[in-house]
Write a protein that binds this ligand. Sequence first.
Ligand code: 1PR
Length: 550
Amino acid sequence: MPTVYLLDYVAGNIRSLVNAIEKLGWTVEWVKSPADVPKAEKLIIPGVGHFGHCMTQLSQAGYTEPIRKHIQDGKHFMGICVGMQALFEGSEEAPEVKGLGVIPGQLKRFKDKDKSVPHIGWNSANTSADGTVTEDSLFGLRPDSKYYYVHSYAAPFPNPGLKENGWEYATARYGNEEFVGAVVKDNIMATQFHPEKSGVAGLRVLKAFLEGQKLNKLEATPSTSATKEGLTRRVIACLDVRANDYGDLVVTKGDQYDVREKDGVSAGGSVRNLGKPVDMARKYYEQGADEVTFLNITSFRNCPVADLPMLEILRRTSESVFVPLTIGGGIRDTTDTDGTKISALDIATLYFKSGADKVSIGSDAVTAAEEYFARGQTLSGTTAIEAISKAYGNQAVVVSVDPRRIYVSSPEVTQRNTVLTKFPGPNGESHCWYQCTIKGGREGRDLDVKQLVTAVEAMGAGEILLNCIDKDGTNSGFDLELINYVKGCIKIPVIASSGAGNPEHVAEVFEKTPTDAALGAGMFHRAEYTVKQVKDHLQGQGLLVRQFED
Ligand code: 1PR
């Protein structure tokens, strides 16, 4: 099998890239020291996280010069995400740190006045942005395909230096900012998006790079009408996973977090079994899910950390599911079964190495937020959120919020931040506050949702998974008031969750709130609707979506 060299110089999910390369029939050799770089005919530098951190790691480990030489010698080079950013002269993210300077220009942070930052989701890499529709595809890029991006800094477009210096490029638009999605010149190909996380469209790009096929005839000429620029509406399938009463690992689903059958044999009924996690994840991928989230809802508290069943689930899922995978449940500092202390960062590392792209933190985030307010809104630097986002980047840390409505007659009767609601409480209360809970909703805390999301944003969380206990499993639609309220409190993206019962509910949450993504569980698990049906409906409503490519 042909070989490509991979430089794993910084933390991140490298496993999916290896899986994608192997699926394409190539083997991976690891670059373990600068002396290995000259052995590579083809070299890939992936990267996530902080530009300064990545460049400093590369330079301190002595990689900068060997990489420059590899490129100058005309050998094939691919940079992914921060691996592409490294080619530029520098970045606003770390003005004091120099890039490789192969491409003129500086990376700039997206403006967050009118949109969420980081930019997370599926967007274009359009080589026909000037309106020309070509029959040739540059490294497999199609103007009507969508690719998975996750970043806060980008190379703004237009960049006069690109064309002047002979670079070909593909662009994307986020809000009203246009940026470089991919660059190509001679032996160099680099993408701001993650091809290994971009489904079949991404695998096509990776294959073209590995096989050195710079220009390929497109199988079908894309129609200009299909070439809509911009971030698509992200639809996420969520799998709550736990062991059932017989010890099997199953996908389950609660009604307002109660996952036991109402008519079961044992007290409280048996745990609902809706299927096998890996099979279901693959099914949703093939239906067009833009991401898959696993929530390990019982944390497997008595299991040695290295044997956590979710690790194996991620390993197997990432072999055939090439969209981002999030894992939540039990991510906190803990003591292993043999008494060893193990940090949340260590647990997250195990998950990233097994194929996760993001970790989701629930209960521990609430505790961290309470301490943040107790300290007078100052950071400790020691929370799981801070440690993981520092090591892997903000985009890798999701905070899963499990709020519940508490009705009050007026804002004056509570110190918590309240919302005026169109759906009064049982005694006609006109306001409510959203109480944060821990331990899967079993314990309410004296902390409201605004306090939680603002605190975790300050700590470096990159995204909020916004559940709602009142709505979970009700099939009655999302809590639009909650979603609008939370979106108004923070700049990081929000995933709306809980209550989706049909495709109309998903369209409604995108039309009536500025949510960044919508998550569904029960309606998919019970096979009432497929992800494709939801996306077809969104498309019919004029909302931009990514369709699954065969
Ligand atoms: O606290 O860090 O160990 O994380 C535990 C994680 O497990 C949290 O993310 C918490 O939300 C989740 N969790 C704990 N118990 C339950 C439960 O259901 N008993 N599941 C649970 C939460 C909610 C959503 C669900 C949506 C959509 N599940 O993920 O998928 O509400 O459902 P729907 O579309 O069917 O309405 P930690």
